[in-house]
Design a protein around this ligand. Structure first.
Ligand code: ADP
Length: 238
């Protein structure tokens, strides 16, 4: 941890309140109803959305709303050391956390008796994979034409020693003291997910929340521009 932050600069050259480089691409898959890639520095997620589709088996169908299935999967080659493929408790837990976030932004009651499937692959993992997954899913759901409240955005902030930093990465994640990911609706100023790893003073918690919200607002702007570019390109081609 010693020396990770010198004169307000981090090991990767970022300021304390700076996000990593963002990159997004829409329309990754021809088979999915909507798909998107979202990259934050060394963390890259691809989300594939299918549906609305028939619910099979039928008894799972809900007469008042659609059901949502979310599968978050960290691929074996996504980390430096190859990880075992197949079921993991972590994948299941993060899938359920993301499902709860997405359930609160999609108007599921508008498409009753159907199912929406969201599959998310993590291609590269360098912290905040759940955040990149949510940002990718949000874009993919929008391009799939799902009825939604707003684009949901996600990022994390953290503490390294006395320093409060936005968008934790690399050693800041493995050797830092606190990691606080949120999912946020900037327009409504509504928090949909708040998790915390580590111990914080109350005042630092408030400061980290502000940092996270600031990061999410930048991501929201970036997501909107990505969608606008996609729409413009699409219109020019057709
Ligand atoms: P998040 O990726 O959302 O921050 P975690 O806090 O569980 O979720 O993981 C932090 C980081 O630790 C991941 O982004 C990844 O870089 C690394 N990591 C997590 N699980 C594994 C694993 N099984 N093998 C190798 N690295 C992992």
């Amino acid at each position: 941890m010693e020396g990770m932050i010198k004169e307000g600069k981090r090991t990767d050259g970022r300021n304390l309140d700076e996000l990593r480089n963002l990159e997004a691409k829409i329309g990754i898959s021809k088979e999915a109803t909507g798909s998107a890639m979202f990259r934050m520095g060394g963390t890259k997620a691809i989300a594939y959305v299918y549906g609305p589709m028939e619910v099979i088996p039928k008894f799972l169908e809900q007469s008042e709303r659609a059901i949502l299935d979310v599968n978050y999967n960290m691929l074996p080659f996504s980390t430096e050391e190859r990880k075992r493929s197949g079921f993991s408790r972590r994948n299941a837990e993060i899938s359920s956390v993301i499902k709860r976030v997405l359930e609160s932004v999609i108007f599921l009651e508008d498409i009753p008796k159907t199912k929406i499937l969201v599959n998310i692959d993590i291609l590269n993992a360098d912290a905040s994979t759940r955040c990149a997954a949510i940002n990718a899913a949000s874009l993919a759901l929008t391009t799939a034409g799902m009825p939604m409240n707003d684009l949901v955005t996600s990022c994390a902030a953290g503490r390294v020693g006395e320093n409060l930093i936005l968008d934790v990465a690399g050693k800041e994640d493995t050797e830092g003291d606190v990691d606080l990911p949120i999912a946020y609706l900037p327009v409504k100023d509504e928090i949909l997910l708040l998790q915390m790893d580590g111990i914080l003073k109350n005042e630092d918690f408030e400061k980290l929340m502000e940092l996270c919200k600031k990061g999410c607002k930048q991501i929201h702007e970036f997501q909107r521009n990505t969608l606008l570019d996609y729409k413009n390109n699409f219109n020019n081609k057709s």
